[in-house]
Design a protein around this ligand. Structure first.
Ligand SMILES: CC(C)(COP(=O)(O)OP(=O)(O)OC[C@H]1O[C@@H](n2cnc3c(N)ncnc32)[C@H](O)[C@@H]1OP(=O)(O)O)[C@@H](O)C(=O)NCCC(=O)NCCS
Length: 230
């Protein structure tokens, strides 16, 4: 009993120490990275080491939380991260062009957003973990929910030739749009030139090759509307 009590007490002390160390770490890394970015808004914090390229082309809004292990690579153009956004551990934002993110984005652990042109993400967008969102012209409107493991892929290798190496055939890109308040189920794949209408729901594991109208539930491979939402 007394051993248990001691253990409990020492856990308590270690717990307090851990909290103090975590706070000190946050203060240190936030002060360090504040100078690296072009702008770093009031109340924003970085919880540990992060990877940066092109930080002077990156504007971080206020009250943004950037977790240890995340990466920001801006080789060209500009990245704007809206106020009160959360950038999870091991997530990556890659920009060659422009990417504007509205307020309160949640980008969870191990998800990547790659904007190789001009892309926009609205406000209060939720991107669960392990997603890959990549393209030259992506538009994700306000209040969209993207489930875990979703892929948005706006490019195909050209398939109109049977000779030579496929990787040398060139690529075809097409815009992807997800309109406001849509919900994309886990492990869905959305291909180029697709618009998901406002308020639509795409079932888990779907492959979306054509537009989904607003306010329907669409499921399957390829995804088809199965019901209209009231
Ligand atoms: C699509 C979804 C929302 C259910 O919608 P629903 O309107 O309640 O659909 P129902 O359960 O009534 O199913 C209707 C039909 O679609 C089928 N269906 C449902 N979801 C499906 C899916 N993801 N893929 C293929 N078929 C699906 C059902 O089997 C059913 O078929 P049936 O009529 O032949 O029996 C749900 O199935 C789903 O996929 N949710 C995603 C969960 C998720 O990813 N969560 C992450 C949280 S961010």
């Amino acid at each position: 009993m007394s051993k248990l009590k001691t253990l409990h007490e020492s856990d308590g002390i270690l717990g307090v120490l851990e909290k103090i160390l975590f706070r000190l770490k946050k203060i240190f890394w936030s002060a360090y990275y504040r100078r690296r970015f072009r702008a770093f808004g009031r109340g924003s914090i970085v919880t540990g080491y992060i990877s940066l390229r092109g930080a002077k082309k990156t504007i971080i809004g206020s009250n943004v939380v950037i977790e240890e292990g995340s990466s920001f690579f801006v080789s060209d153009g500009e990245l704007v991260v809206g106020d009160s956004s959360f950038i999870g551990a091991q997530s990556q934002i890659v920009v060659e062009g422009h990417l504007t993110i509205g307020e309160r984005l949640s980008l969870l652990k191990n998800s990547q957003i790659s904007s190789l042109g001009n892309s926009r993400i609205g406000k209060e967008v939720w991107v669960a973990r392990d997603c890959w969102i990549g393209g030259k012209d992506l538009s994700i409107e306000d209040h969209v929910i993207i489930g875990p493991g979703v892929f948005l892929i706006d490019a195909d290798h050209r398939v109109d030739s049977s000779t030579g190496q496929i990787s040398m055939h060139g690529e075809i890109h097409g815009p992807i749009r997800i309109e406001s308040n849509a919900w994309i189920g886990a492990r869905t794949v959305i291909l180029k030139k697709v618009t998901i209408g406002s308020g639509a729901i795409v079932g888990a594991g779907s492959v979306v090759t054509k537009d989904v109208p607003p306010h329907v539930v669409a499921v399957g491979v390829p995804a088809k509307a199965i019901k209209k939402l009231g």
